[in-house]
Design a protein around this ligand. Sequence first.
Ligand SMILES: *Cc1c(COP(=O)(O)O)cnc(C)c1O
Length: 454
Amino acid sequence: MDIRELQRLDAAHHLHPFNDNAALAKRGTRLLTRGEGCHVWDADGNRLLDAFAGLWCVNVGYGRRELGEVAAKQMQDLAYYNSFFQCTTEPTVRLAAKLAELMPHDLNHAFFTNSGSEANDTILRMVRHFWAVQDKPRKNIFIGRHNGYHGSTVAGASLGGMKGMHKQGGLPIPDIHHIDPPFWFGDGGDLPEEEYGRICAQRLEDKILELGADRVAAFIGEPVMGAIGVWIPPRNYWQEIEKICRRHDVLLVADEVICGFGRTGEWFGAQTFDFRPDIMTLAKGITSGYIPLGAVMFNDRVAEVLATRGGELAHGYTYSGHPVCTAVALENIRILQEEGIVERARDHVAPYLAQRWRELGEHPLVGEARIVGMVGALELVPDKPGRRGFAEKGVVGTRCRDIALANGLILRATNDAMLLSPPLVITREEVDELFGKAWKSLDMTAREFGIAGV
Ligand SMILES: *Cc1c(COP(=O)(O)O)cnc(C)c1O
């Protein structure tokens, strides 16, 4: 592989997502060539422990041949057929049924998309339609959360609460409001967990009352907020949110694009936090990232209204229920189930990972180490044990990420939080490798920035 030539072509012709492309062109893009289990190799031959599972998605790990084989077979048998015009294909039907079986309570109905963003776009339209056909066209407001992430399409970015995204392209679109999410490290003060959980949930009820319950269609949130830095809510937060939604007949949407398929310990975040969403959006881990696929799961109530009063659904994608993608998802779920990967991660790996992660929390550069199941973050601070961050946000985090990479470890940095989301198949030995490389990287970072105690 001619790396320099590829970097030159990349800089000339390829606009990268979420990137400062001028800076990238100067630095030269990094090329990945191969993956096996929890490791990937770059074009220079470096072996890297991928503690971020690609982008929160490679739950079964890299290099599972079965997933490629079912894709190849489906392509040979029937490469494509759509689900429009009263048609569909076997893997698509089987996946819908399989998801209904896996789902908690009565989330029995699937609509397929190609991504998490499209799944969230889909619910924006479907939920508004759901209320409109029940003679409540004014019940159309979505409430999301500041710093939430629901994807990059117009509706996804609007439902999300990322200021930097809203700035580009005139978002959010009308009738979307945001409340503050729970973020203990940032604003929990000294409150007990349950009290802080109630206060944060109350922000939703206050917003509903301010807007009028007759105007509010749905509330959407990630059970654990991923992109902003793995913000883990208080234990009672989601139950309180559910009570408020029921009280005001507001639909509850769980964006489980990251949490779904074992990330938080249980199969779904709604199980970890013990609440009952009316709608759930899925992507990422649904195929372990081997092929693009997203889904929206609806409960019986929503499905019933759409079926009996909804008329023709004026929504769908050419590739909604693409048979190659759904076949891969089925095989991915078969692997997760037959090998007991979710339960093994929850019972045997997550407790050890949490123990080692908390040891990292003792490092002088770390203000908080948080983790639930197989997802966590380290909050880097200048003055431990203070909860105050660095004056200039993101410099230390980005540097720490680059140092970790040079040490053979992939962690993501959001501002000054180092994020963890490894393949669920990570072993205890690999957790030790992760710990060693992370500690060394924290040391090197701390020394560079003159942090006391190193
Ligand atoms: C990644 C993500 C999305 C968007 O999914 P895409 O497949 O990138 O469109 C939506 N919601 C959450 C919580 C995500 O993490």
